[in-house]
Design a protein around this ligand. Structure first.
Ligand code: NAD
Length: 423
């Protein structure tokens, strides 16, 4: 989970990009703090008749470019610092893919595994009742995150409708299709990452004809990306989940592994490849692409020296720590930052929000075409900055986001009237 040190890690990337970004000091100063930070308590009647009280949070980090956007996390380590860090990240993610959104995040400090389904429903509804004044289609639009899913979003949308006494589907994204959700949401993150990889092509793979890929995390995002890359002719040589890591230097049968994972719930006893003795070794395999798609902090200062990949694509949020990022930078390993690589998810959330506001139903084709175009265009924009400023792609993504945020902030201010301008 994200901690205070990850907040400073996130700031570290911003500071690294800052010298090359055209952004005023005032805009930068505004970006150092969240706009608003709400702490609530949520009383929940438990199934045994007792009352439990859970702390919850909703942070609106910035909304200059549009309503804040970001998920709601249910986890025992949720606190205001973690929520603020995640909202900060969302601010840059929505800017780098040029969505008309700012950044927000919410969460409840709870172990959801200890709750029954009915307790979980009461908690989800209680959270919305507690933060209802702070959210809305034009102010702050939540979505799923760790341990919150379609079902939870459905309860939350319903609770908001009860409070306002009218249906307001655009208040929250990631809803079930029947309540105004959008087709293609479940593959959006992996599809987005796939488009980024395809556009950057040889820059990431060094131009080899059959690039090798290792993916840590064979869940929703990682397994679907493995399939797309295998279908495209990449050699997926290793994948892992929390139970096992599977390796075959000649290329794994990804379809068989996905079926096995869906049938048995894990990668153990795989039908293709063999289990690695030490799953951590997946991170140090000689491959063209290493894709951490599981947890934060997977690549850290103690293992970054061992990474032998040509490039790292951050599909998880924050899988490379700031210290590790410095080490990889010195060693010439390209890192595609999470704010670009996993932005497909929030992009399709934006489509859901538009669809709900239009009172429309989008088809899966419309979603996938518009996602591909947006990811291609914004990845090209990042590549152009890397070329113009002669900086790595990781910095270029932050520069692009910083400049977009700075431009919007300056447009709302009066600094230029005093003869001051952007540096
Ligand atoms: P998921 O829960 O479906 O999958 C996570 C996978 O990681 C599981 O297969 C799990 O077994 C595996 N895992 C856990 N610990 C591991 C370990 N130590 N080593 C190897 N594998 C391990 O989650 P997801 O939706 O695929 O999300 C994965 C990451 O991508 C998360 O960091 C998430 O925040 C990020 N992300 C996801 C989305 C999305 O839309 N799904 C969007 C943006 C970012």
């Amino acid at each position: 989970m994200v901690s205070k040190s990850l907040l400073s890690d996130a700031n570290r990337r911003l500071e690294r990009a800052r010298p090359d970004a055209r952004i005023s000091d005032e805009a930068l100063a505004r970006l150092r703090q969240p706009r608003s930070s709400l702490k609530v308590t949520i009383p929940v009647r438990m199934d045994d008749g007792s009352l439990a009280i859970f702390p919850g949070y909703r942070v609106r980090y910035d909304s200059t470019r549009g309503p804040a956007k970001g998920g709601i996390r249910f986890h025992p380590k949720v606190d205001v610092d973690e929520t603020t860090t995640l909202a900060f990240w969302m601010t840059f993610k929505t800017a780098v893919v040029d969505l008309p959104f700012g950044g927000g995040k919410g969460g409840v400090c709870v172990d959801p595994k200890r709750l029954s389904v009915t307790e979980l429903e009461r908690l989800s509804r209680g959270y919305i009742a507690a933060v209802a004044d702070a959210i809305g289609p034009d102010t702050d639009v939540p979505a799923p995150d760790v341990a919150t899913n379609e079902l939870v979003m459905g309860w939350m949308a319903d609770e908001y409708a009860k409070i306002l006494r009218k249906a307001v589907p655009a208040v929250i994204t990631g809803k079930p299709l029947a309540l105004g959700g959008i087709p293609g949401r479940s593959s959006a993150t992996s599809d987005g990452a796939f488009h980024v990889i395809r556009v950057l092509g040889d820059e990431l793979t060094g131009g080899v004809s059959e690039p090798r890929v290792a993916i840590q995390g064979f869940g929703n995002a990682g397994a679907q990306l493995a399939q797309s890359l295998a279908d495209e002719g990449y050699w997926v040589v290793a994948v892992s989940d929390s139970s096992a890591a599977v390796h075959d230097p000649g290329g794994l049968d990804v379809t068989a592994l996905r079926k096995h994972k869906s049938d048995t719930g894990s990668l153990a006893d795989p039908p293709s490849g063999s289990e690695m003795d030490d799953p951590e070794e997946l991170l140090t395999l000689e491959v063209e692409l290493l894709v951490p798609a599981a947890l934060e902090g997977a690549i850290h200062k103690d293992n970054a020296e061992l990474v032998r990949a040509h490039s790292v694509v951050e599909v998880a949020n924050g899988p490379v720590t700031g210290e590790a990022d410095d080490i990889l930078d010195e060693r010439g390993v390209e890192v595609i930052p999470d704010i670009l690589a996993n932005a497909g998810g929030v992009t399709v959330s934006w489509f859901e929000w538009i669809q709900n506001r239009q009172g429309d139903r989008w088809t899966e084709d419309t979603v996938s075409t518009r996602l591909r175009k947006r990811m291609e265009k914004q990845t090209e924009a990042v590549r152009a900055i890397a070329g113009e400023s002669d900086v790595p792609l990781r910095n270029a993504a932050w520069i692009l986001a910083l400049e977009r945020l700075g431009e919007a902030m300056d447009a709302t201010g009066t600094e230029s009237l005093f003869g001051r301008s952007r540096s």
